[in-house]
Design a protein around this ligand. Sequence first.
Ligand code: DC
Length: 228
Amino acid sequence: MIAIDGPAASGKSTVGRLLAEQLDYLYLDTGCMYRAVTWAALQQGIDLGDETAVTHLAHNIQMEIFPVREGEKDGRHYTVHVNGQDITWELRTPAIDANVSQVSSYLGVRQEMVRRQRAFGQRGAVVMVGRDIGTVVMPDAPLKLYITASAEERARRRTRDRSDQGHTASYDAILADVQRRDQIDSNRQHSPLRPATDAILIDSTDQPPAAIVNAILQMIQEPVNGER
Ligand code: DC
């Protein structure tokens, strides 16, 4: 079990995915689960300020996450279905970015998502990525990483991703959104974003994901106390 946490666009998802590929582990990006609840709430016209209604939705939503299959080579890293509908790309829109922090601040929503994440973790050999994996979801994970980067670098990356996906993207607006989400995610009452006390801190501002992955692989393959 490998737990990876960090703020938006810190590179944690890329590192997690590459690491899972190299180790032949399952990969779960837990952010997509909070995004899926947000998408369904918007879709159903639920008032996002209505905590009871959003929590009820989180308990009842039928959500499935699959690895990429043949014929789905459109740049996706996994496929998300809600009630049988493929909503993978719907999860990356500015409307979801703008509202997901509010939805993920609700205790009942978090409890249900954490329950589902732990069930997934039971399968073992998993790289799980999010905000509270090392602190709450998998506090006993033997390897915990906390990946950060400057807000400016993270906004540059998000701007690039957006335009690669064919959307118009304003760096200034994205930087403001990244900073706003950092603020909400780090200061919320339930499971705020923070490194576990035993997490390894990694700053990805000047390091490409592949270099980080290599360093981690080397670290976990090093013999402990000289044992082989
Ligand atoms: O990693 P991301 O940008 O897709 O995450 C979307 C939102 O979900 C983010 O603003 C915080 C929330 N989140 C969370 O609270 N806990 C997690 N384990 C993962 C994401």
